[in-house]
Ligand binder design. Structure first.
Ligand code: SF4
Length: 365
């Protein structure tokens, strides 16, 4: 990734270049307001870490939407996994999930109470554990958007050990974007998620751009990527255009990774899903197809649909996830809610808007 000691990404991180594009944003907006939403924890990290919001002209705003899969996982599902862990099964999941408060408890609390909760880097780790301990039941709590769902699909498709099943809470981003647009959320355009787009491709947003008249820009994660994405949306808005621009061509194709999508569609089917703090979004969830019922923890353990649930008392994560407030707008931010004592999920996950804002609070004005 380097040439002559310089990373090929160096221009994308060149602050002077980014500031030059920010000045172009100022010129292109011509004083007109433009509210842009992104739906990706890594974009939020890039924007906050590089201090991009502070470079934007007045009136041009980038807000974070529901781009953190852990943050939108219903508390009732966390409780169901905690019950299994305390009931004799080993529950495997990603480290980000363990401290997220459910309705009654968290997986960390279940572990402290003697429950068997194990952190893994991916389902392959969980499969290895299940093979090593054939006398124990394993449940993998499988979370993520289109980025992680294909790997889960491939593992399930290959066949899991008999003592293992999967609880899928995978979710899809375009239906969530459509839900927000239908609900009349005030945004002028979207920065589409980079990682998700590598799987589903830039064309996946065409219907949203044309159907709702909103510019959609697929952008990478370097500061220049994001600032160019902002400039493109501002330009489209000023020109009265609403189309999909793929500005992350070094990683995202128009059609995406068709093999990954095929694997996902072979194993999962779409279902309505609850997004914590937001509500039920039609066709936004992935559940295992009937052919894979033997691998489905929801079937094996009779886990029914969890009721819609909100956030812990006083927590503004619902508004943060909808871009209505920035974390500092929550009365608990940095007071009773900090990374070491999180109240809401957005302060737990590394992709959570509040945990990112807290970590880089010195960069914000
Ligand atoms: S600061 Fe804490 S309580 Fe407030 S919205 Fe963020 S995570 Fe929720």
């Amino acid at each position: 990734m380097s040439a002559g000691g310089k990373s090929i990404l160096s221009p994308f991180r060149d602050r002077a270049l980014v500031e030059r594009v920010a000045r172009e944003v100022r010129g292109a907006s011509n004083g007109e307001a433009c509210r842009i939403m992104h739906v990706c924890g890594t974009h939020e990290w890039a924007i906050t870490h590089a201090g991009l919001r502070e470079m934007l002209p007045e009136g041009v705003e980038v807000v974070a939407g529901p781009g953190c899969p852990v943050c939108v996982t219903p508390g009732g599902e966390i409780d169901a996994m905690a019950d299994l862990a305390c009931g004799g099964a080993a529950v495997t999941t990603f480290g980000d999930v363990v401290r997220v408060p459910g309705r009654k408890t968290s997986l960390a609390e279940a572990k402290a109470d003697g429950g068997d909760v194990r952190v893994v880097y991916g389902m392959a780790d969980a499969i290895r554990m299940a093979r090593r301990e054939p006398g124990k039941g394993f449940v993998h709590f499988s979370i993520g958007f289109e980025t992680t769902a294909p790997m889960a699909a491939i593992e399930v498709g290959r066949g899991l050990p008999a003592n293992m099943s999967v609880f899928s809470t995978h979710k899809l981003i375009p239906p969530a974007m459509e839900f927000l647009l239908r609900a009349g959320i005030e945004v002028d355009g979207f920065i589409c998620p980079g990682h998700v787009s590598t799987i589903i491709g830039a064309d996946a947003y065409r219907g949203l751009a044309e159907g709702y008249g909103k510019p959609m820009v697929v952008a990478g994660f370097e500061p220049l990527d994001v600032m160019l994405g902002v400039l493109e949306i501002v330009r489209q808005k000023r020109a009265g255009i609403a189309t999909v621009s793929n500005m992350y061509g070094r990683a995202v194709s128009q059609r995406g990774n068709e093999l990954a999508v095929e694997a996902m569609e072979m194993v999962f089917e779409r279902a309505d899903a609850e997004w914590r703090g937001i509500g039920r979004i039609p066709g936004s969830g992935l559940r295992l197809r009937r052919e894979y019922a033997g691998s489905d923890a929801a079937v094996r353990f009779g886990i029914g649909e969890v009721p819609a649930d909100g956030m812990p008392a006083g927590c503004g994560c619902g508004d943060v996830l909808l871009g209505r407030i920035r974390p500092e707008g929550c009365a608990l931010f940095g007071r009773s809610c900090r990374p070491e004592s999180p109240v809401g999920p957005c302060m737990v996950s590394l992709e959570g808007t509040c945990s990112i804002a807290y970590k880089y609070r010195d960069k914000m004005q």
